[in-house]
Design a protein around this ligand. Structure first.
Ligand code: AMP
Ligand code: ZN
Length: 470
């Protein structure tokens, strides 16, 4: 096995990676704020983490991945307050959607999905340690703040120029810019809307609620120990979120919090970041409605390296749909073949080696996909020659499945055969004509005939869609 190398934001370089104990990777991934369904930009980050997860498995290591659910924060409280409900009433349906969307995109489950509201005691324990060590203080507004000028390493992840640090100036919001590096809130004094929405807890410093950064420190250390192997998130989390997590965790324990910090770049639409506040978001629901299979979205995301920006467009998604159709076709061909030419064995060996080398080189999925498509082209050419070598065929199947165990890009039911497709299209045209002539009994009869061949049809504003049921 070649070395596994990963870009570390902490050192701004690609470094060899292995878990500290040599066996199990302990990985924390910042999860969604569950006030609205996650958008495809969020899912680009979760797919980069899914890729990392699967490459870790391919390398033969065990993995414990934790992904938190931020179920208390400024936005959730605002939404609950506006609707006159509690924060858990806001977050419960959103968590369900998140689970379903992850399943749709074939994102493998993390080992633990802890919720912030279930970990208030752990968070308060960290605040206490920081206050005891003189790194945090209770301010006159009743909130507890982190004194960033007391932590000598403050800014080491985001490479913040320490001269920008404004000692004593405070920020209560969870999100703020680098230009405003200030003492940030660990524990926020309760306001009436916090009490009204169920977002206030007792503490030694009075009723209040946790800051966003604090939850991740508490849950990461609870489930993974004081030093993690990898901590991931989107690139926008480097500052302040991850910088503040380091200040809290290392300030409390005196130990390095995470050995590797890994960040995925943004998904863009029409050149700007996909973001809820910009109103340019698309969701998994949109993919479903447009009939874009999960395999195609995965292909689209993996076609660009995770540290480069990726622009979403109809054309790119179309191209990915076409790409995964070819993956599905080869899956069917390999499954039904009885043998192959001996040459296929070497072709499979080459593909496996190239894909592994690419994935272990800082998760270079676009190169891996390129190697997969070279394999598809060459394997099809060999299968056209109708060889009888069983061993070569078995090896090709094995390699194909191994590559797909990481990328997971075979579309659901691989496409129906072209003859069937033509028959369905003809029947649908006949049905459309019958309806135009208002011969509804005739139209219904055609529909039954189509369904009789295991085809589901659906009339949409964009025309009639159909698919073969499994
Ligand atoms: P949030 O729910 O806003 O806390 O975001 C959840 C995750 O999605 C974080 O890791 C963010 O960095 C990431 N994220 C947010 N917007 C985008 C985007 N447009 N592209 C990629 N990742 C994003
Ligand atoms: Zn976090």
């Amino acid at each position: 096995m070649p070395d596994f190398r990963l870009y570390n934001t902490l050192t701004r370089s690609i470094e060899p990676f292995a878990p500290a104990d040599g066996k199990t990777v302990r990985m924390y991934t910042c999860g969604p704020t569950v006030y609205k369904p996650a958008h495809l930009g969020n899912f680009r980050t979760f797919l980069f983490e899914d890729l990392l997860r699967r490459v870790i498995a391919l390398r033969g290591w065990k993995l414990v991945q934790v992904m938190n659910l931020t179920d208390v924060d400024d936005k959730i409280i605002k939404a609950a307050s506006e609707q006159g409900i509690t924060i858990s009433e806001v977050t419960a349906p959103v968590v369900q959607t998140f689970n379903a969307d992850r399943a749709f995109l074939r994102i493998q489950d993390a080992e633990v999905y802890p919720r912030a509201t279930d970990h208030i005691p752990e968070m308060l324990a960290i605040v206490k340690r920081l206050v005891d060590r003189g790194l945090a203080y209770l301010a006159d507004d009743g909130s507890v703040y982190y004194a960033i000028d007391k932590f000598k390493d403050y800014g080491k992840l985001s490479r913040l120029d320490t001269r920008e640090v404004r000692a004593g100036a405070r920020v209560i919001q969870d999100d703020y810019s680098k230009e405003n590096a200030q003492d940030f809130a660990l524990w926020k004094a309760a306001k009436p809307e916090d009490e009204a929405t169920g977002a206030a807890w007792d503490s030694p410093w009075g009723r209040g609620r946790p800051g966003w950064h604090l939850e991740c420190s508490a849950m990461a250390m609870k489930y993974l120990g004081e030093t993690l192997d990898i901590h991931c998130g989107g690139i926008d989390l480097i500052f302040p979120h991850h910088e503040d997590e380091i200040a809290q965790s290392e300030g409390a324990t005196g130990k390095q919090f995470a050995r590797f910090w890994c960040h995925g770049e943004f998904l863009l639409t029409e050149g700007s970041k996909m973001a809820k506040r910009l109103g340019n978001v698309a969701t998994v629901q949109d993919l479903r409605e447009q009939g874009i299979p999960a395999a195609a979205f995965r292909h689209f995301v993996f076609s660009t390296h995770y540290r480069k920006q990726l622009n979403m467009s109809g054309e790119a998604l179309e191209a990915s749909m076409e790409g995964v159709r070819r993956v599905g076709d080869l899956a069917e061909r390999l499954a039904s073949a009885k043998g192959a030419t001996p040459e296929l064995e070497q072709i499979a060996d080459d593909a496996e080696r190239e894909v592994i080398a690419a994935l272990f080189d800082d998760l270079n999925a676009p190169i891996a996909l390129g190697a997969l498509f070279t394999f598809i082209r060459k394997a099809n050419a060999e299968l056209d020659r109708h060889g009888v070598d069983r061993r070569a065929l078995e090896r090709a199947r094995e390699v194909f499945l191994r590559i797909n165990s990481v990328l997971d890009v075979i579309p659901e039911a691989a496409g129906p055969d072209p003859e069937l497709a033509q028959w369905v299209e003809e029947k649908l045209a006949a049905r459309k004509n019958a309806r135009a002539r208002r011969e509804f009994a005739q139209a219904d009869a055609i529909r039954s005939e189509i369904e009789g061949r295991g085809i589901a049809i659906e009339d949409t504003p964009a025309g009639t869609k159909w698919k073969k049921l499994r």
